[in-house]
Structures are given as C-alpha cells and as structure tokens.
Write a protein that binds this ligand. Structure first.
Ligand code: FES
Length: 149
C-alpha cells in the first residue's frame, strides 16, 4: 500500500513503490489526464507537477513521490472553472488530436509559475521537450502567451 497526495487529496493505492507514477495515477487513481506516450521520459505526454515542478510521471517510481504534492491536469481546474492555461488552450483551439495537450498544459503551468511573463523564445524553449505530432505548435505557443497576459 502506498499513500500519495494527489490533487490535494490523500490517495491510498495498492501499488508497488517501484511502479511508474503514471501507471498508478491512471490505473489506481483513475486520472487519465496524464498520457502514456513513449514511456521513456522523452515525449512529455505524461507530465505532472510534483511540488509545482514539471516531472515525467512515466519514469518516476510512485514510491519516490510519497509525501509530495502531485498535481495532474484534473487538479488544475474543472470543466466549469478551467485554469487560465486550460482556458487559453480552449480559446486558441490549440488542439488537433489533443494527445500532447496534458504535457503542454502542465509544462506551461510550471513555466508561468516560475516566469509569469515569458517571451515567445522562453515559451518555445520550455516546451521544446514536449512533442506534438500534429504540428499545432503555433497555436500552443500563442495560448501560453495569452495565459501569461
Ligand atoms: Fe512519459 Fe513520454 S510518456 S515522457
């Protein structure tokens, strides 16, 4: 048994400490915001926040984040009250297939917490490790800059 703090709530899960955090979040906590892309820490689809810092949940053992605050896409905002970054992505229609958006939004949220007024170059640098196969980067960067305003 492991107890994790996810989106402000304690979650007791029957998972091994060595299980990838991504699997625990999706399979044990029922949180499907974080996506499985590569499973190797290389695409960013699985990004969550750990104590406010972006982290790749596919390569973090769940036991390694015990006692730390884990935030998933579901913890940012709700359908009725989206987080400003989520709202900006909606307003800019920054999705095509949408698979990368969890990572893009979580990474952008971490960036804006650290740097509330980033330049376009800083946004592009921050998101450079998050892959989008559809090529909606223009809308994604615009959304992050809009959320920063
Ligand atoms: Fe974690 Fe690709 S699924 S980085």
């Amino acid at each position: 048994m492991l107890t994790l703090t996810v989106n402000g709530e304690p979650r007791e899960v029957a998972a091994q400490a060595s299980a990838p955090l991504l699997d625990v979040l999706r399979n044990d906590c029922g949180l499907n915001g974080p996506k499985y892309g590569c499973g190797l820490g290389q695409c960013g689809a699985c990004t969550v926040l750990v104590d406010g810092v972006a982290a790749r949940a596919c390569v973090i053992p769940a036991g390694g984040v015990k006692g730390r605050a884990i935030t998933t896409l579901e913890g940012l905002g709700s359908r009725d009250a989206p987080h400003p970054v989520q709202q900006a992505f909606i307003d800019e229609q920054a999705a095509q297939c949408g698979y990368c958006l969890n990572g893009m939004i979580m990474m952008a949220t971490a960036l804006l917490t650290e740097n509330p007024q980033p330049t376009e170059t800083e946004v592009r640098q921050a998101l450079s490790g998050n892959l989008c196969r559809c090529g909606t980067h223009v809308e994604i960067v615009r959304a992050v800059l809009m959320a920063a305003d």
